[in-house]
Design a protein around this ligand. Structure first.
Ligand code: NDP
Length: 240
């Protein structure tokens, strides 16, 4: 059971704003969680630093740029003093980018950059975190994907968001590959819904609070039997 001496540990990427920040905000509200919030520029993450000042030692802020492989590899040194003894219960690969484009207009460099951030970064960070996850009690990897990564449903986006959807399809495949290679881990890929953030825009359907409350309810209740599932924030199954 989680306690002050053996809390439930979380690492959340892209924690400076949007869904990542809201994840951290809701997690630190519970004293049984110890949260590592990763962002690419901690000095500019004002809201996160303000939260840290209030969190009484249960929130650590570390620098990870998930599009920079050296930064990801170097993060092990930042994580070791925080998670070395406790291990990591939940790795949440949340950071992501979206550039609006279509299949016949996309710049291949943009496609590569999107895949780098949205799929290659999460793959490498999972490798870096594996020793910590092996020590953790829950051993959960959560990839924040999108219904846009589904091959079976176009989510009404039609031709739009080609690079983004390809990158999320790659992230979804990573989920299945990680599950197949490590049946001792619980690996999930989830869509947060259409959420009011810088990425989702003001027209989006969900407030970050509602989306994140749903995600946390789902991810904290999954078991090993759920590994490899593709779920919405409210627990609904998404067709691959
Ligand atoms: P935002 O654009 O609001 O925030 C993106 C976050 O990712 C920021 O914290 C940003 O940091 C961070 N980030 C981007 N690139 C990097 C990088 N290279 N290294 C580290 N951090 C990075 O997006 P959302 O909060 O809406 O999205 C979060 C996740 O949810 C994404 O994976 C997205 O694809 C997914 N999603 C969102 C939906 C929505 O409707 N909002 C719908 C479906 C999926 P910085 O402040 O430094 O730029």
């Amino acid at each position: 059971m989680p306690s002050a001496t053996h809390p439930t540990t979380w690492l959340v990427t892209g924690a400076s704003r949007g869904i990542g920040f809201e994840l951290v905000r809701q997690l630190v509200a519970s004293p049984e969680n110890l949260v590592v919030a990763a962002c690419r520029n901690p000095a500019k993450a004002t809201a996160l630093n303000n939260l840290k000042a209030l969190a009484k030692g249960t929130l650590h802020v570390v620098q990870i740029d998930v599009s920079d492989f050296d930064s990801i590899r170097a993060s092990a040194k930042q994580l070791e003093p925080i998670l070395g003894e406790l291990g990591l219960d939940y790795l949440v690969n949340n950071a992501g980018v979206l550039y609006p484009d279509t299949a016949f207009t996309l710049d291949p460099e943009t496609l590569l950059e999107t895949v780098r951030t949205n799929a290659a970064g999460p793959a490498l960070l999972s490798q870096v975190c594996l020793p910590f996850l092996e020590k953790g009690r829950r051993k959960v990897i959560l990839h924040i994907s999108s219904t846009g990564g589904s091959l079976q449903t176009t989510l009404g986006v039609g031709a739009r968001l080609a690079s983004y959807c390809m990158s999320k399809a790659a992230l979804n495949m990573l989920t299945l590959k990680q599950k197949a290679e490590r049946p001792d881990l619980t690996v999930l890929t989830m869509c947060p819904g259409w959420v009011k953030t810088d990425m989702g825009g003001k027209e989006a359907q969900l407030e970050p609070e509602e989306s994140v409350a749903g995600i946390l309810k789902v991810v904290t209740s999954v078991t090993l039997a759920d590994s490899g599932k593709y779920l919405r924030y409210n627990g609904e199954v998404i067709p691959w």
